[in-house]
Design a protein around this ligand. Structure first.
Ligand code: FES
Length: 137
């Protein structure tokens, strides 16, 4: 027979177990950040002829937000994951910079840190041009 005390003990153990597992997931995410996780083949992103100068195209890079920018130079791609605590930065095309909404980190159009707490530039993703196609990764 399940007594009230036994039931509450089991419930407490379950809750502590769930809390422990969620804590382990957080620690694992910190020790093994998304940038280090294995990524797959390069992604076919666009037909080079379709991209206009000054255009930014958002895409999903293996579960992370990223952007393909086409300026005056060759197209470049950047991860939109802030290098401080992992928030998604936002592209501000008029200012030509990225701003992190979490702690006001600011990056230039090449992903270099201009201000705020981010310790490193945004991750730059390799862009390959194959014929008319742009591949990232
Ligand atoms: S997470 Fe971007 S500045 Fe803190």
């Amino acid at each position: 027979m399940l007594t009230r005390r036994t039931f509450l003990d089991r419930l407490r153990h379950w809750l502590l177990g769930i809390l422990g597992l969620s804590g382990l997931a957080g620690v694992a995410g910190y020790l093994y950040p998304p940038a280090l996780r294995r990524r797959g083949e390069p992604l076919l992103l666009a037909n080079a002829a379709e991209l206009k100068a000054g255009e930014g195209r958002l895409f999903d890079y293996y579960g992370e937000p990223a952007i393909l920018l086409h300026g005056q130079e060759a197209p470049r791609a950047l991860s939109l994951v802030c290098t401080h605590l992992g928030c998604s930065v936002r592209w501000q095309p008029k200012e030509g910079r990225f701003v992190c909404p979490c702690h006001r980190g600011i990056f230039d159009a090449d992903g270099n840190v201009l201000a705020g707490p981010p310790p490193a530039p945004l991750e730059r993703l390799r862009v390959q041009v194959q014929g008319n196609h742009l591949l990232v990764g």
